[in-house]
Write a protein of this length. Structure first.
Length: 184
């Protein structure tokens, strides 16, 4: 009788522990968040989509989180979707994160933009609050880089590869995009 009780208890505990929720969220359910920069020596910077000089494309830049709380975003399966607004009025159309592949070109970066519609890159996910992207090469990463956009110096989001010596590309810092649930 005691053996039956112990084995039942053991099986019950095993079932309970295997049923505990994962820290990775189901990306098929919409949950609005904004994105913030996680980089050495850069605190409280949010990711914001601003209109570029090209229709249908928004530049992604980092700004002070206390003034610019970040453009609302959500994961739709493996797309990272932004819902930007202009002067506080939602545009009503999704923009998806997009960037070209850089392969294994050491020290090379390309702009990360938000393009009109749901035609951006696929392969995005979330793990412990950090946004992940599909890698084409082992050393690919997000970077926050000094950039001049439409004649204004900005701190822009880029995708690229670390230099051969392991350092960040010139004018950039290695970046992680972390979820911030300060959107309304």
């Amino acid at each position: 009788m005691v053996f039956f009780t112990l084995s039942t208890l053991t099986l019950g505990l095993a079932a309970l522990t295997s049923a505990l929720p994962s820290r990775t969220r189901d990306t098929t359910q919409r949950s609005n968040f904004s994105l913030a920069l996680n980089a050495v020596n850069y605190l409280h910077l949010s990711l914001n989509a601003i209109q570029s000089s090209t229709i249908g494309i928004m530049d992604l830049i980092f700004e002070r989180q206390c003034t610019y709380p970040g453009t609302p975003a959500y994961l739709n399966n493996t797309l990272l979707i932004f819902t930007p607004s202009v002067y506080g009025y939602p545009l009503g159309t999704p923009y998806s994160m997009s960037f070209p592949s850089v392969g294994d070109n050491y020290g090379y970066t390309v702009p990360v933009t938000a393009i009109f519609g749901e035609n951006g890159n696929t392969g995005f996910g979330e793990s412990n609050g950090v946004i992940t992207a599909k890698l084409d090469a082992t050393l690919e990463s997000f970077f926050a880089c000094n950039e001049t956009l439409d004649g204004v110096d900005r701190f822009a989001l880029k995708w690229g590869v670390f230099k051969a010596d392991g350092g960040a590309p010139d004018g950039c810092v290695a970046a992680q995009l972390v979820e911030s649930f300060n959107v309304q």
